[in-house]
Design a protein around this ligand. Structure first.
Ligand SMILES: [Zn+2]
Length: 167
């Protein structure tokens, strides 16, 4: 099952990342992107979350995980599942590239809490806003409490669909 979504055009110039390092965009296979949207919709009325791994800028594995702090305005990737995803991605020769979570009643933009909790400056933080009928998906880097939007590209390619659920 697929759900309607839109990805607004990213306003940040790639050159803004020249001194930051890390990702300036992130590529999802359609399969993983659809699964991410389905997971956050399944988590309603609370926020839902997960991680993704890959090589370079390409997402190769999506981990749809448990929200250990399930409310409509908070999330915490369940720590053991986070560790399992870390191990699994390493065994596949990949690395964790980022995290996704939903905003149930607000825009696809990092909250103050999201900014404070952003522990990984290299990660892409993907936020799926479910406040409208059509989900809005945007991605950000959060470095030293500064927010930079990065582009999301969804590619209609087939992926090996293995072990995306750690649970
Ligand atoms: Zn948030």
């Amino acid at each position: 099952m697929t759900f309607a979504y839109k990805i607004p055009e990213c306003q940040t110039s790639p050159s803004d990342f020249s001194t930051m390092g890390g990702l300036s965009h992130v590529y999802f296979a359609q399969t993983w992107f659809d699964r991410m949207i389905a997971h956050v919709i399944a988590g309603l009325p609370n926020e839902a979350c997960g991680l993704f791994a890959g090589t370079g800028e390409q997402v190769e594995t999506l981990y749809a995980l448990t929200n250990a702090d399930p409310t409509p305005q908070s999330y915490l990737v369940e720590p053991r599942e986070h560790f399992q995803a870390f191990k699994d991605s390493r065994e596949k020769g990949q690395e964790l590239l980022g995290c996704f979570h939903s905003h149930v009643r607000s825009q696809a933009y990092p909250s103050m809490t999201d900014v404070r909790q952003a522990a990984y400056p290299d990660w892409a933080y993907v936020i799926v806003s479910l406040q409208e009928e059509v989900s809005v998906v945007r991605a950000f880097r959060i470095v030293d409490e500064q927010i930079r939007e990065i582009s999301i590209l969804v590619k209609d390619i087939s992926v090996e669909d293995t072990g995306s659920h750690v649970r």
